[in-house]
Write a protein that binds this ligand. Sequence first.
Ligand SMILES: [Zn+2]
Length: 247
Amino acid sequence: MQPDDIITYLDLVNEEKAHLQKGMNYRIGKNYSVFLMSVRKNAPYADQINHTTGALIYEGHDHPKTTLVPEPKSVNQPMTTSSGAWTENGKFFKAATDFKTGLSPNPELIKVYEKIANGIWCYKGFFELVDVEHASDGKRKVFKFHLLPITKTILNGNIELPHNRIIPTHVKVEVWRRDKGKCQICGSSKNLHYDHVIPFSKGGSSLIKENIRILCAKHNLEKSDKIMILVPWISVAAAAITTHRMN
Ligand SMILES: [Zn+2]
């Protein structure tokens, strides 16, 4: 799987061999963790992407809603459960702190998926958990986990893309709606991928929806050897210009 691939929830389950329900999932793979995120309107948590550095700030999870805690948003996010075990907040807090203090030589690896629509997800790539804040948001204490996108070769030889290629989730959500979840060349709704109209390597932006569209795997690969220059009356393939395969 490559970053910006569009998948169903079932694909996600098959990839991770787990029915993920929670946002934060510590070490569900052999040597990495998984975060699920959403920055849609009404999303339950205030996750943010820094569009300059590509850093992702992921908010911890709330106390479960119980008879004793009827309003989870009014109490501190918990480090431990009532029986004293680490919550997912606590496990990741410990991992980030161990890395910061040098107790652990490597940061925790976190695979991130973002929700695009009901049952539709996008793979965002691998990140490293490099820092954590446990601080007041004005009303209560929350966790803010700092993740940096990985740009070097890791697990199974997968090469992750540069962080500045990361398309913001809100752009992906808007493009999904505009393109109606289909390849913009053939109309297929299978094996879809977010594509840069002008490749990132040629100066195309990741931040505006006009430069992002949905293509199927076949047309994404066909496009990789040429740039389509669209003018009002004719479509010219500038075949001489070889572009990066992943664009
Ligand atoms: Zn297609």
